[in-house]
Design a protein around this ligand. Structure first.
Ligand code: GLN
Length: 397
């Protein structure tokens, strides 16, 4: 029997993770890895100290299924510190092994076979895999690149309205958005909220980049805070992006008790609980975040600008990014063909890795002119990539 035939049918459409594949290729070719989104520097001392102290105290056994009490309280505190409504740490917070597990828990805990889930494309690939694991069907609404100078990724209101059917169970809203760097506006979120209310649909939000906002005029808004949405929203976030601790895999779900029950129904059998000492480290830094996120914002905004300028000089059309770790750029003028062909050239011949984003689209052709670059790195790493990008020439030049 071939290896492929051993994989369950539900996973066959998905293939190998693009993040694993591109990180491996980057390593093989000693390319600077601007593909998978992770910082190349350390997280805050306060988190590390508290995790080490927990190990030294002998906090070595399973954590409570829903999360250690200190972290559930710290998550509720951090949520409230953003000026949002008060949540009960016991009945409305669940700690997960990264936001990724939160996504799977929420989808598998909530979706019945045959249910439809709406997501915007491009999407983080866990969404469609999670819907498939739950036996549901994904319906995509396109985020289109800006139409020329300025502007930003946008969606068509009638396409969104048309995506809601009698079978729609949930909509996934990722704001700030990976991979485009879009921050959904209040108007856009209000439209989504009104459609959720009209059709009795649950909102699942992925807000892991909530603190990495570069433009104060474009603040992050949690969909759950809009009128009528608290009762029908599962808000997912994590420690990893805000504090450069992506490998700790600590995330959480905030939801009213009825939706929390669905998240926990899956979580208890998915991982049961997350690493105990790391939960203590997470609690400490959420209570004492200091100015870590502000420093990250400053560094990443600088990196975005420097990298964006270099890509523009090389002949790409760079789309604006207001947040996250990422920017999208159109490479088609360089003449390498689709996104995979362009990225392969970039890794092998230029020594810089990026993600070919067509894997984030159902309509693959919407992604083939684009490449996603991660700028969540030390300034010197980005400067080195900028040096190497001087060797990027149009195909055949
Ligand atoms: N969120 C990260 C990215 O978009 C990758 C997460 C992962 O590797 N699964 O690059």
């Amino acid at each position: 029997m071939s290896t492929a035939s051993q994989v369950a049918e539900r996973f066959r459409p998905f293939g190998a993770s693009i993040f694993a594949e591109m990180s491996r290729l980057a390593g093989e070719h000693r390319a600077i890895n601007l593909a998978q989104g992770f910082p190349d520097f350390d997280g805050p001392e306060v988190a590390k100290r508290a995790a080490i102290a927990a190990i030294e105290r002998g906090e070595a056994q399973y954590a409570r299924m829903i999360g250690v009490p200190e972290l559930c309280r710290a998550v509720a505190h951090a949520w409230g510190a953003g000026g949002r409504f008060v949540v009960d740490p016991e009945t409305e917070v669940t700690v997960t092994t990264g936001c990724s597990e939160g996504i799977i828990n929420t989808l598998v805990g909530l979706i019945n076979p045959g249910d439809e889930v709406i997501t915007f494309e491009p999407y983080f690939d866990f969404y469609t895999a999670g819907v498939a694991m739950a036996g549901g069907t994904t319906r995509c609404v396109a985020l289109h690149p800006p139409r020329g100078g300025g502007g930003e990724f946008w969606f068509d209101e009638s396409e969104l309205r048309g995506a809601f059917t009698a079978r729609t169970r949930a909509i996934i809203v990722n704001t700030p958005h990976n991979p485009t760097g879009k921050v959904f506006t209040r108007e856009e979120l209000s439209l989504i909220a009104s459609l959720c209310l009209k059709h009795g649909v649950v909102a699942i939000t992925d807000e892991v980049y909530e603190h990495l906002i570069f433009d104060p005029a474009r603040p992050h808004i949690s969909l759950a805070t809009l009128d009528g949405m608290r009762e029908r929203t599962v808000t997912l976030s994590s420690l990893g992006k805000t504090f450069s601790l992506t490998g700790w895999k600590i995330g959480w779900a905030i939801a009213p008790p009825s939706l929390t029950a669905a998240v926990r129904a899956c979580h208890q059998y998915m991982t049961f609980s997350s690493a105990t000492p790391l939960q203590h480290g997470a609690a400490a830094v959420l209570i004492q975040p200091g100015d870590y996120a502000a420093c990250l914002r400053e560094l990443f905004a600088r990196n975005r600008d420097v990298l964006g300028a270099a890509l523009t000089r090389a002949g790409l059309r760079v789309h604006p990014s207001h947040s996250t770790y990422f920017l999208m750029a159109d490479h088609s003028a360089l003449g390498y063909g689709d996104d995979r062909a362009f990225v392969t050239h970039l890794i092998r011949e230029v020594g810089v890795a990026a993600i070919p984003p067509s894997v984030f689209y159902h309509r693959r052709e919407l992604g083939t002119p684009l490449a996603r670059f991660a700028f969540c790195k030390k300034a010197e790493t980005i400067d080195l990539a900028v040096e190497r990008l001087k060797n990027l020439r149009p195909s055949g030049a």
